[in-house]
Design a protein around this ligand. Structure first.
Ligand SMILES: Nc1nc2c(ncn2[C@@H]2O[C@H](COP(=O)(O)OP(=O)(O)OP(=O)(O)O)[C@@H](O)[C@H]2O)c(=O)[nH]1
Ligand SMILES: [Mg+2]
Length: 361
C-alpha cells in the first residue's frame, strides 16, 4: 500500500511538473534530454503541436489583418471658377490648392493625395477649361487635357448657381470620348433653392451624360464625404501610388509661390492678377529660427508694377504681410518675406517665360 502511495504521489508530481513545464514551454525540443527517454514521443508530439498552432495563428492573423487596398486617380474637371480647387481642399480636409474668385486661379496640375486606412485617392486638380486669350491660356488647357489619361474617375465640377456657360460646354465636349466613369458635381448648392437645382441638374446632365450626379457645396463641405465615398467605390484594388507621408508631388517652394500669388489675386483688380507670376529665388535659414525667403513678382508692364507696389509701397506691404501669415501657417515657423517686382514684357505670350515660371511641364 505504501509503495502504491509513493508511486501515485510520484506520478502526480510528475504530471503537475509536466503541466507547469508545458505552460512555460519547457518541453521545447532543446530540453528534451532532461526527460526520460520514454517521454520523447510525447515531447516531440507536443512540440509539433505548439509549432503547428503558432503557424496557424500567424496565418490566420495575417489573413484577418490583410488589408485590401483600393487606389486610383481622380480628376477634378471643369471651367474656371466652378470650384474645383475649393472642392479639392474640402476632400483633402486641408488647404492644398489656392482659391480665388478670379478665373484661371489654378495654373498647374495639382496632385492631392488622400490617404485612408485601406485606400488612397490621388486627386488631380486642373486649370479651368476656357477659350484661351494668349499662349499661357493655351498651355493651361493643354495641362488640363493631359490629366485625362490613365485615371479611374472624373468629377466634372459645375457652378449650379449659374446657367451652363460656353466654357462648361467646352469642358464637357472634351469628355465626349472618355470611357472613364463620370461624376457630375453640381457645386455651390448653398447659393440656390431646390427648384433651381433641379433645373440646373437637367441642363448640366444634358451636356455630359454622367454616370452619377451629386449635389455639393465645396465651400461649406456639404455632400463632400458622400462624394469621396462614391469616388472610392469606383477605384480598383491596388497598391498605393504614394508613401503615407506624401500629400502631393510639388516641392515646398511651389506652395510658397502659390500662397503669394493667391494674395495678389485677392488684393489686385482687373487684368493685373492674371499678369502675376511668382518665383522663389532664395530660401535661407537666418538666426533665431527665421527663414528668409526672397520671391520675384513678375508682371508684364511697368504700369502694373506701379499699381502692385502702391502708394509708398502700401500695396506690396499688404500683399507681403498676408502672404507671410499664410506661409508661416504652412511651414509652422517664422519667415522673413522679401518681394521684388520685375517687369517681363508680355510674358504670357512668351514660351520661354511660360516655361521658366513652371507652367509648361
Ligand atoms: N458659395 C460658394 N462658393 C464657392 C463654392 N465653391 C467654390 N466657391 C467659390 O468660387 C470661387 C472659385 O473657386 P475655385 O475653387 O478657385 O474655382 P476653380 O474651379 O478651382 O477655378 P480655376 O482654378 O480658376 O479653374 C471662389 O471664390 C470660391 O470661394 C461653393 O460651394 N459655394
Ligand atoms: Mg482652381
Amino acid at each position: 500500500m505504501n509503495q502504491f502511495k509513493s508511486t501515485f504521489t510520484h506520478y502526480i508530481l510528475l504530471l503537475l511538473t509536466a503541466i507547469y513545464m508545458q505552460r512555460k514551454n519547457f518541453f521545447h525540443l532543446t530540453y528534451y534530454k532532461l526527460f526520460p527517454r520514454k517521454m520523447y514521443p510525447f515531447i516531440q508530439f507536443q512540440a509539433l503541436l505548439r509549432q503547428g498552432v503558432a503557424q496557424w495563428h500567424t496565418l490566420f492573423t495575417s489573413l484577418i489583418n490583410k488589408v485590401i487596398m483600393k487606389s486610383g486617380f481622380c480628376v477634378l474637371w471643369g471651367r474656371p471658377n466652378a470650384g474645383k480647387s475649393t472642392l479639392l481642399n474640402a476632400l483633402m480636409g486641408r488647404k492644398h490648392a489656392i482659391v480665388s474668385s478670379r478665373p484661371q486661379t489654378t495654373r498647374h496640375r495639382i496632385t492631392g493625395v488622400l490617404h485612408g486606412e485601406d485606400s488612397q485617392i490621388v486627386f488631380l486638380d486642373t486649370p479651368g477649361i476656357h477659350e484661351p486669350q494668349h499662349k499661357l491660356g493655351e498651355t493651361l488647357n493643354k495641362t488640363a487635357k493631359s490629366t485625362l489619361e490613365d485615371i479611374e474617375c472624373i468629377v466634372f465640377v459645375v457652378d449650379a448657381s449659374d446657367a451652363p456657360h460656353a466654357d462648361d460646354k467646352r469642358a464637357a465636349a472634351l469628355l465626349e470620348r472618355q470611357k472613364t466613369p463620370l461624376i457630375l458635381a453640381l457645386n455651390k448648392i448653398d447659393l440656390i433653392g431646390k427648384s433651381e437645382l433641379e433645373h440646373r441638374e437637367k441642363q448640366f446632365s444634358a451636356l455630359c451624360n454622367p454616370a452619377h450626379i451629386v449635389h455639393i457645396s465645396g465651400l461649406q463641405g456639404s455632400g463632400t464625404s458622400d462624394l469621396r465615398d462614391l469616388i472610392l467605390s469606383l477605384l480598383p484594388e491596388g497598391d498605393p501610388y504614394f508613401p503615407p507621408d506624401m500629400l502631393g508631388d510639388r516641392p515646398l517652394e511651389f506652395h510658397i509661390a502659390e500662397l503669394i500669388r493667391e494674395q495678389a489675386l485677392l488684393q489686385l483688380h482687373q487684368e493685373i492678377p492674371h499678369a502675376v507670376a511668382i518665383t522663389i529665388e532664395q530660401m535661407v535659414p537666418r538666426p533665431r529660427g527665421v527663414l528668409y525667403i526672397e520671391a520675384f513678382v513678375h508682371l508684364e508692364r511697368s504700369s502694373q508694377k506701379k499699381i502692385f507696389i502702391g502708394e509708398n509701397g502700401s500695396r506690396i506691404r499688404e500683399i507681403g504681410k498676408a502672404a507671410r501669415g499664410e506661409i508661416e501657417n504652412l511651414l509652422e515657423r517664422k519667415i522673413f518675406l522679401e518681394l521684388r517686382v520685375k517687369v517681363r514684357d508680355k510674358w504670357r505670350e512668351n514660351d520661354a517665360w511660360i516655361r521658366r515660371f513652371g507652367y509648361k511641364e
